[in-house]
Design a protein around this ligand. Structure first.
Ligand SMILES: [Zn+2]
Ligand SMILES: [Zn+2]
Length: 98
C-alpha cells in the first residue's frame, strides 16, 4: 500500500525524489529521537504518519539528514563554482542570467 506523494527535485543532487514531507507535529516531536539514530527516527515517523519506508528513506537521505551527492554547477562566464546547481547568479563575477 503505497500512497502517491508526488515528486520534486532534490535541491542538493538534482534527482527526482518524493515530495513527501512530514507534518509540523512530527517535526517538533522527532527532535527527542534524533540522537537515537536513523533507524529509530525512521521507525517513529512511520508509526506516526503511516508513510512507507522507501518514501521516507528517500526523504531522509535527501532532505532530512542529506547524504546524497551535491550536484555542482559552474558559471558559464567565469567558470567559478556556483553556490548551488540551481543558482542563477555567480558569486565570483556577479553576473546573473535570470
Ligand atoms: Zn538529493
Ligand atoms: Zn561567474
Amino acid at each position: 500500500m503505497t500512497r502517491d506523494y508526488g515528486q520534486r527535485t532534490c535541491d542538493r543532487c538534482g534527482q527526482q525524489i518524493t515530495a513527501y514531507c512530514p507534518s509540523v507535529q512530527t517535526f517538533s516531536a522527532i527532535g527527542a529521537f534524533l540522537d537515537q539514530g536513523r533507524d529509530a527516527v525512521l521507525a517513529k515517523i512511520i508509526e506516526w504518519e503511516g508513510v512507507d519506508l522507501p518514501t521516507l528513506t528517500q526523504y531522509y537521505d535527501h532532505r532530512m539528514q542529506p547524504t546524497c551527492r551535491v550536484k555542482v554547477a559552474f558559471c558559464a562566464f567565469c567558470a567559478g563554482p556556483l553556490r548551488t546547481w540551481r543558482a542563477r547568479q555567480c558569486m565570483h563575477c556577479l553576473r546573473d542570467w535570470h
